[in-house]
Design a protein around this ligand. Structure first.
Ligand code: MV4
Length: 531
């Protein structure tokens, strides 16, 4: 492949984000010998990214509008500190076409796609039209917004019920309505229009065929500045709650080499159709019959990127930086256009939420943090022990990602890692993951986008019953000894003896207990922090 794009080497990157993704990008910088700078808001002044960065700059108070979303101030800062590039992470400014354009105008590289690609993919109808023209399968339905109720009725009849009304400007499920028959249409049509107007300042809506209980499968792509786009295969992201993903894996339990190739080729066509460069994700709905349909494209590095990294061996942040420099894609894509996944990876998102109390936020100080280790375990954690989880930002504090030779080994390693994981002072979603690992449908890979809500509503994911399950005695012993040792250390340090604050709920993983470990706990831990 000949290189025609202008190359510019990056020596310093300003990370315009916080939490685990800021940490991830700073690590990518360090691996490449690039200086990593980061911005931080007042409550984040002692957070992990600030500790790990080569340089850190205050950007404003807690409110995102006055800190992490201040695009102009961040670009000014980048220029002032001599940063060659800005990495936006995910969320915040990452899919803001104006920000990407302002970076370009200021002579700072935006580590992401061109603003034009961001803008097209930010519009549902515009991206849908482009995909139709490029031969990418989209959900059957309209090409243009609906003129009025009569047009909606005619379109719905042509598509066939059930249908889905969507906001033309939308995304993320806002202004979306399922309609099962003609009687529901007038009310839903009016409601969808006003919801679209309120959410997006644009009341245009259009119609699609409603896909029943599909999976959410997405393809990771990378594009370089010479227009070369490659696929890194799929991620299965069906396990979500209110459009928040909870568990992701690669490969999908139902995607084989043939379907992977077809979905990958469609994703490459999608990216090429909008002049895409850098890392991006093409989202598809995959129905029970194996048909897939373009949904939208996420024009950023995603939360769940590590599962792709673990099954491909590709460092996505490294590739992002390379292509932003105008270089061609690095190994293995210097020699291969295509790589098949090796083994299986699963990511769980550790949220500071109480999964058995309606996912209420659980802010607080992380009094104790022990991250799991061992074969096949990776933690992308955004907090340190002693750190505060506030209510100002996203409640995701850490990601636990495991790899195994196959899905069975990955699940076993995930369970082992969840037992080891200790995060005290806040409640987390960890017990939910242990429950999921005991669910027959999850174990069999029978997933769809409504599964988690369905099982939660039906009470099918109870916290693992502590007494009912076996636990290897040696693990109980080790756990008791560790807890005992820790209490001794804390006593020596003159701090609280490991008791929780009154009224503070136990946190972290609910562990398997046998008579053995109960006895061990009573004796060695004395009702302390081991919970
Ligand atoms: C759909 C659908 C079923 N049929 N479109 C939700 C968010 C937005 N990105 C698109 N979404 C959906 N569109 C048709 N024609 C079901 C969803 C959907 C969904 C999609 C992906 C991941 C999670 C989801 C949860 C609920 C609904």
């Amino acid at each position: 492949m000949t290189s025609t794009a202008k190359e510019r080497s990056i020596r310093k990157i300003l990370v315009a984000n916080r939490g685990e993704i800021a940490v991830r990008v700073l690590r990518g910088c360090a691996d490449l010998g690039i200086r990593g700078a980061v911005v931080y808001s007042e409550p984040d002044r002692a957070a992990l990214p600030v500790v790990l960065a080569d340089e850190a700059y205050p950007i404003g108070p807690a409110a995102s509008r006055e800190s992490y979303l201040r695009g102009d101030a961040i670009i000014d800062l980048a220029v002032r500190i001599g940063a060659d590039a800005i990495h936006p992470g995910y969320g915040f400014l990452s899919e803001n076409a104006e920000f990407a354009a302002a970076c370009r105008d200021a002579g700072v590289l935006f580590i992401g796609p061109p603003p034009e690609a961001i803008a097209i993919m930010g519009s549902k109808v515009e991206s849908r039209r482009r995909m139709m023209d490029a031969g990418v399968p989209v959900v059957p339905g309209g090409r243009d917004p609906l003129a009025d109720l009569d047009a909606a009725a005619a379109a719905a009849e042509a598509i066939g019920y059930p249908v889905m009304l969507k906001a033309a400007a939308g995304g993320g499920g806002k202004g979306m309505r399922r309609i099962d028959g003609p009687d529901d249409l007038p009310g839903s049509y009016r409601a969808a229009r006003s919801e679209a107007a309120a959410s997006f300042g644009d009341d245009a809506v259009y119609l699609e065929k409603y896909i029943v209980e599909p999976r959410h499968v997405e393809i990771q792509v990378l594009g370089d500045a010479n227009g070369r786009v490659v696929s890194l295969g799929e991620r299965e992201c069906s396990l979500q709650r209110r459009h928040q993903k909870v568990v992701e894996e690669a490969p999908s339990p139902v995607v084989g080499p043939e379907l992977r190739r077809r979905m990958g080729e469609a994703a490459i066509r999608a990216a090429e159709a909008v002049g895409y460069t850098n890392a991006g994700t093409v989202e598809f709905l995959l129905d029970a019959s194996g048909e897939f349909y373009f949904l939208e494209m996420n024009t950023r590095l995603q939360v769940e990127h590590p599962v792709t990294e673990l099954v491909t061996g590709v460092d996505l942040v490294e590739q992002q930086i390379r292509v932003a420099e105008g270089k061609p894609l690095g190994p293995p894509f210097d020699e291969h256009d295509w790589i098949e996944p090796r083994g299986h990876a699963i990511e769980v998102r550790v949220y500071a939420e109480s999964p058995y109390r309606g996912f209420t936020p659980s802010p607080g100080r992380i009094d104790l943090l022990r991250l799991p280790e061992g074969p096949g375990v990776r933690n992308d954690c955004g907090v340190a022990e002693g750190g505060e989880v506030t209510i100002h930002y996203d409640p995701m504090v850490s990601k636990l990602i495991v790899w195994g030779r196959d899905r069975t080994q990955a699940m076993a390693r995930l369970d082992r890692a969840l037992v080891e994981l200790r995060m005290e002072g806040i409640e987390t979603t960890v017990p939910l993951f242990r429950a999921l690992l005991r669910d027959e449908d999850f174990r069999a890979g029978r997933l769809d986008i409504a599964m988690l809500d369905r099982k939660l509503a039906a009470g099918e994911l109870p916290p693992p019953d502590p007494a009912a399950e076996g636990e290897p005695p040696d693990l109980a012993l080790i756990a008791a000894a560790l807890a005992h040792h820790e209490r001794a250390l804390r006593r020596a340090a003159g701090t609280a003896d490991g008791e929780r604050e009154p009224g503070q709920a136990p946190a972290g993983g609910t562990r398997r207990r046998t008579a053995w470990s109960w006895a061990g706990r009573r004796e060695a831990v004395g009702g302390g922090s081991w919970s």
